[in-house]
Design a protein around this ligand. Structure first.
Ligand code: F3S
Length: 292
């Protein structure tokens, strides 16, 4: 059985940076907290908790010490509240998200109507809108875009993980909704690169294993694009979920991982698949011997 790994997979730049910043805080004397789980990966969150970096849901739960802002970012009120409480802020907002927050603010400062393309409940989209004084119209779909009334000037900012395809189709609709359209294409290429690599690989293998948190949007999307090209796909969080029966008769298996999946989990999955292969080969040889 040949195991092939997607060219682009695993931790993206922003997540790698955020996890490294959180790990670094574990080295100092302060107690440190992440506001929400640092990334959508329960194993990484647990390993940080083991090192003393706890995830909390609000600043109220933090008595003192350091607060780490995760890669999705937060609104300006949180920085002020943390400062007022005397907390030390470690800002791990991904620079791509920071750019989207600033672009959204500039649209509102220029008195243009702000449209944010993204998932309404996603923390990143919420944080972008907060920097724009919550004045943005959030558009998730073509249907949402259709009902926007005509305005003189419109500025568009996009959730960093938004689909390229959907972006183009929605912009086509928004062009007819204003005289002056300014588009800040804040989509981050990491997501697209991971999806393209997954699709390429899924077309060439018998089976795809997608590794990442079940609550990770970008990992779920990777599994979706692999299934869309007709490849049998399993989405797992860790090697413990692999089943030997999946690999029976499989010649090539592809592996990809979401932007919040650490290398050590990918490594464990590959090691387990190699063990399965040895097991299946031994079983096949045994069956052959029995036939003789
Ligand atoms: Fe940042 Fe892109 Fe990752 S926005 S957090 S580098 S997916």
């Amino acid at each position: 059985m040949e195991i092939r790994i997607a060219e682009n997979c695993g931790f993206c730049y922003g997540v790698k940076r955020a996890v490294a910043m959180a790990q670094k805080t574990a080295e100092n004397d302060f107690t440190s907290y992440t506001l929400g789980p640092i990334i959508h990966n329960p194993q990484v969150v647990q390993s940080l908790a083991d090192d003393g970096v706890r995830a909390v849901n609000s600043l109220e739960e933090i008595p003192d010490g350091q607060v780490i802002i995760r890669s999705h970012g937060v609104g300006p009120a949180i920085y002020k509240e943390a400062k007022d409480k005397g907390l030390d802020v470690v800002d791990a907002t991904c620079p791509h998200v920071k750019k989207a927050q600033q672009d959204a603010k500039s649209v509102v400062d220029d008195n243009m109507t702000l449209v944010i393309l993204g998932e309404k409940k996603h923390p990143e989209v919420i944080s972008i809108n907060l920097w724009a004084g919550n004045k943005g119209i959030i558009v998730e779909s073509e249907k949402d875009a259709e009902i926007i009334p005509f305005v003189e000037n419109m500025g568009v900012v996009v959730q960093t993980t938004f689909s390229q395809f959907k972006f183009q189709s929605i912009i086509g609709i928004l062009e007819k909704k204003t005289k002056n359209l300014k588009v800040f294409k804040t989509i981050c290429t990491a997501t697209q690169e991971r999806q393209n690599s997954a699709v390429e690989l899924a077309k060439e293998v018998n089976l795809m294993i997608v590794i990442g948190g079940k609550n990770s949007g970008n990992t779920n999307r990777l599994a979706e694009v692999c299934r869309d090209v007709g490849c049998t796909t399993y989405h797992i969080e860790t090697a413990a979920e692999l089943e030997v029966a999946w690999f029976q008769g499989v010649q090539t298996v592809g592996v990809t991982a979401g932007a919040s999946t650490p290398d050590w989990i990918i490594k464990e999955v590959i090691e387990t698949m190699n063990e399965f292969e040895e097991l299946l080969t031994a079983q096949a040889n045994w069956d052959e011997d029995l036939k003789k």
